[in-house]
Design a binder for this molecule. Structure first.
Ligand code: 3HC
Length: 315
């Protein structure tokens, strides 16, 4: 997809060209993007917490260095995404206020706890694996700044996914206790990872059904269920390689469809977690608000520095 050159919105979308910040765009398109990009940015920075919990307890210097770098990457992804959202005319402080007061969401997945070291590997393998499956198509999103941010994010995300798999693969060839930890982590992260793709697009558990409109606008390129199926198909052989069982008795290869069939997802749990009633929702937000308050001096110092520089230039 190439950049548009300030043409008519419908024509640019029709031609699969990019919409840029100064192009005219319908307000609903702008609001949909602000909502999705903000939610995505919030997910990146809240997503630092479950793994950050393990930095002091990583089992070796090598694993600690990798984990610190990975958590730092997530912060960077948050920053690109807040910048992309700002090109739509919102201010990041406004978006952060909305996150802190529960008026904007972040991904359901980050409301689950990281109980053992294997959870850090499982986040890389399953959570980042699901994130890439969802985000690679966003590199072709119709809104230029979001699409461009996604290219770098996806490259880093693929690296995260591989490090997670490699960490679990090492443990799966270790002691009985290590193997059991890998299995336990997979048991707990599998279903929440499938929920990351969002509610089904049709049927009794469907959400607001934003998919059709977002696909028409070239924001989403695939429906939630399509990406979920691709993720299952990609991940089952990887689980086999790790020598673990995914916690779904209905998981079986369907020759006719050419896909893995899988069991019913507990959508009541998904909606409960979204409404704030997951295992860690309160902890995540409290921690985030505290970090924001503790960082106030950095923001104040940056403003004071900027003002001084301006004074100097004028004087
Ligand atoms: N967690 C929280 N909310 C979710 C969700 C999830 N996993 N899936 C869907 N929702 C919300 C939607 O935001 C929407 O809420 P709203 O209408 O009140 O805003 C509602 O449920 C209905 O869902 P839809 O499928 O109709 O909504 P969307 O069209 O927005 O699709 C999506 C949902 C597929 C998640 C889409 O927003 C998307 O692709 N977002 C970008 C990717 C993203 O945000 N990823 C975050 C997790 S990965 C990550 O952060 C990387 C990690 O390495 C740190």
């Amino acid at each position: 997809t190439q950049r548009g050159d300030g043409g008519n919105f419908d024509e640019l979308i029709e031609a699969d060209l990019r919409i840029e910040p100064r192009d005219q765009m319908p307000d609903d398109y702008r609001q949909t993007l602000i909502r999705q990009i903000a939610q995505h940015a919030h997910s990146e920075i809240i997503g630092m917490q479950p793994e950050g919990n393990w930095i002091t307890r990583a089992p070796s210097l090598r694993r600690k260095a990798i984990l610190i770098a990975k958590v730092q990457d997530e912060a960077g992804h948050g920053l690109y995404l807040y910048s992309a959202a700002e090109t739509l005319g919102v201010d990041r402080s406004e978006l952060l206020d909305k996150l802190h007061s529960g008026r904007q969401k972040y991904s359901s997945i980050f409301n689950y706890p990281t109980l053992t070291w294997a959870d850090v590997g499982a986040i890389g393998w399953l959570v980042d694996g699901a994130a890439i499956m969802n985000q690679v198509p966003l590199c072709r999103c119709s809104f230029g700044p979001y699409a461009r941010a996604m290219i770098r994010v996806c490259k880093e995300e693929s690296f995260h996914q591989r490090q997670g798999f490699e960490s679990l693969y090492t443990m799966s060839r270790g002691s009985q206790r290590q193997k059991a930890m890998v299995q336990d982590a997979a048991n707990r992260w599998w279903w929440p990872a499938l929920m990351m793709f969002g509610p089904p697009d049709t049927g009794e558990h469907a959400g607001d059904g934003r998919t059709a409109q977002s696909m028409a606008w070239g924001i989403k390129r695939f429906a939630n269920d399509e990406l979920r199926q691709k993720f299952v198909d990609m991940t089952v052989p990887q689980a086999q390689k790790l020598g673990i069982e995914l916690p779904d008795p209905d998981l079986k290869w369907n020759e006719e469809r050419g896909h893995w069939d899988f069991g019913a997802i507990d959508w009541d749990e998904f909606w409960r977690v979204l409404k704030g009633d997951g295992p860690c929702n309160e902890e995540r937000i409290n921690h985030r608000v505290q970090a924001h308050e503790d960082g106030a001096w950095v923001r104040e110092a940056a403003v004071a520095y900027h003002e001084k520089q301006q004074e100097r230039q004028q004087g």
